[in-house]
Design a protein around this ligand. Structure first.
Ligand code: HEC
Length: 102
């Protein structure tokens, strides 16, 4: 074990200073706000973009209100989205205006 620790220390020293902090720069793509103004927009903006962007809603095929309701329920029940039960219906009603079908 001591030999392994020594070998690792030697490898680290030999490789330079890989453990030293380095500054890297990452440019993230700009956040796109795809939710258009309509009743319920603030709710969707507040509740549906904390874990992922609004793009997720628009890369889905158009869905019915019932399907959006199921999707919002899945976000709450499976992924732990902080949603009140009473907020699911208004969000579904809004989402069907954004990417919906009859
Ligand atoms: C607590 C975090 C969280 C919140 C808040 C959240 N989602 Fe998600 N969402 C996820 C995760 C995790 C996935 C799966 C990501 C993956 O597979 O890459 C996902 C995926 C999706 C997808 C892609 C299809 C699918 O079912 O995987 C849609 C559409 C979606 N979310 C809609 C919503 C809507 C609408 C809301 C607001 C009601 C919302 N999300 C809020 C975590 C969240």
């Amino acid at each position: 074990m001591r030999t392994l620790a020594f070998a690792l220390a030697a490898a680290v020293l030999a490789a330079g200073t890989p453990l030293a902090a380095r500054t890297v720069s990452v440019t993230m793509p700009p956040e796109r706000q795809l939710f258009k103004d309509a009743p319920g927009a603030d709710l969707a903006r507040g509740k549906c973009q904390t874990c992922h962007s609004s793009d997720y809603i628009f890369t889905q095929p158009p869905m019915t209100k019932a399907q959006w309701l199921a999707e919002a329920s899945k976000m709450k029940n499976v992924y732990g989205a902080p949603l009140e039960e009473s907020q699911l219906e208004p969000i579904a009603a809004y989402l069907v205006t954004q990417n919906g079908k009859e």
